[in-house]
Design a protein around this ligand. Structure first.
Ligand code: FES
Ligand SMILES: [Fe+2]
Length: 440
């Protein structure tokens, strides 16, 4: 690859707005927007959100229809965050959002339905429509589709999204880093035995099952060998470590286009965890963290563990979705622990450790400044796939990106200790199938 081609690829990965190659690719998928519980009131107030570099508001009308609307009024661009949610019992009898500046009113499709500052016989309002993206509620979350209506795929069939609410704990935190940089932390298995080597020392060692610290991967082999299988959904990644008794410890994870990653469950009945890394703009993203059980409700101890900021979840600043351990306090780093204990980071908590490293790399993706080795082969493969599909779509709008078929979402990550002659693909085939009975 020439220097020019390399810089073009970097530029592609750093831009997710409308009209950009990566942005157009991402708009082919359903996008996690917010917790559904934050929009449960029929008189829900508009919620400001920014996604894929677009300033938007979530609007739920009093009949329960939900959409993402462009944030700014089509008239003089006042923010519709300040708009009034009017129900069927209002003066004109139509549910909609009324801009408080000059009173223009919009329905959930973005259509302007009232212009009280224009003559009553004016037809102007029929020609005014806001950008509106359809939303659905699924898996305790609101999802939006921001692409062309005729290309809308089926709803996400990730296992965590189809189990009942009692089977699932979901949190999210704001990360001040582009989504690719954050997501690559979810793909990169080699850091688990370094950055998270101390998990047994902290309270992360809890009811969600055996800590990684107890797995053979911590018994000295910190240099996993990577095996990567391109698939219809993205990548299947096998990270192989040697065990002290001469076998292999495999951690097998998937990267599902365009932003889903998974973490191997740590015992047969343990909950399963995964992430969605969703761009807010080109320098911030939402790190959605999901812990679920495919077959049973989470126990109170498991929920308490997540809620108290352990495992892949963080403690939030109350009333926010900002991690309490953040850049302003060096993520709670303790130099004494760092000096005297197994922890190399001195930071308490898997998620805080991840966030600290991901944000410390800077908000933008800077591959020219990196020195990638063999342990980075999975993230390189994911970058190449995103670049290749974004370019292919930019060149041919009829190209069909990977992982649009919801059937492909039905996967689970896996781990196994195998003899050296066993096939990691064959031996983990059953473990990797998502089989919850809640699939329709
Ligand atoms: S800016 Fe919204 S009605 Fe004028
Ligand atoms: Fe991590």
């Amino acid at each position: 690859m020439s220097q020019r081609e390399f810089m073009e690829a970097v530029d592609l990965l750093n831009h997710t707005g409308p009209g950009t190659a990566l942005g157009e690719l991402l708009r082919r998928y359903w996008v996690p927007v917010m917790h559904a519980r934050d929009l449960s009131d029929p008189w829900a107030e508009p919620v400001r959100v920014k996604l894929l570099n677009e300033p938007l508001i979530v609007f739920k009308d009093t009949t329960g229809r939900i959409a993402l609307l462009q944030e700014f009024c089509a008239h003089r661009r006042a923010s519709l965050y300040f708009a009034r949610n009017e129900g069927e019992d209002c003066a004109d009898g139509h549910p909609g959002l009324r801009c408080p500046y000059h009173g223009w009113k919009y329905d959930v499709t973005g259509q302007c339905i009232d212009m009280p500052n224009e003559p009553a016989n004016s037809r102007f309002k029929q020609h005014v429509k806001l950008t509106s993206y359809p939303c659905v509620e699924r898996g305790g979350m609101i999802w939006a589709y921001m692409g062309k209506p005729e290309e809308m795929p089926g709803l996400p069939d990730l296992e965590w999204a189809v189990v009942p609410n009692e089977h699932r704990y979901v949190s999210r935190r704001l990360e001040k880093v582009c989504f690719t940089q954050a997501m690559e932390g979810g793909i990169d298995s080699s850091h688990a035995s370094i950055l998270h080597a101390d998990t047994a020392l902290w309270a992360d060692y809890g009811p969600l099952g055996e800590s990684d610290a107890k797995q053979p991967l911590m018994n000295g082999d910190t240099a996993p060998r990577f095996f990567i299988e391109p698939t219809d959904y993205g990548l299947l990644i096998g990270a192989r470590r040697n065990t002290p008794d001469g076998r292999y410890y495999w951690r097998i994870t998937q990267w599902l286009m365009p932003w889903y990653t998974f973490i191997p469950r740590t015992s047969a009945d343990a909950p399963i965890s995964g992430h969605a890394w969703v761009p807010i703009d080109d320098e911030t993203c939402w790190a959605w963290s999901m812990t679920y059980h495919p077959d049973r409700p989470l126990t109170q101890a498991e929920i308490d563990h997540c809620e108290s900021g352990h495992g892949i979840h963080v403690l939030h600043i109350p009333g926010t979705e900002l991690a309490a351990q953040n850049e302003s306090n060096d993520y709670g780093m303790n130099r004494v622990f760092q000096r005297h204990m197994l922890s190399i980071s001195g930071i308490d908590g898997v998620a805080a450790q991840d966030q600290a490293m991901q944000e410390s790399m800077g908000p933008r993706f800077e591959p020219a400044l990196e020195s990638l080795g063999s342990s980075d082969s999975a993230i390189v493969a994911a970058r190449r796939r995103l670049i290749a599909e974004a370019r292919a779509l930019a060149e041919d709008s009829t190209m069909v990106p990977s992982n649009l078929d919801p059937q492909l979402h039905r996967v689970r990550s896996a781990s196994a200790v195998l003899t050296t002659d066993e096939s990691w693909l064959d031996a983990t085939y059953d473990q990797r199938r998502a089989l919850t009975k809640y699939y329709a």
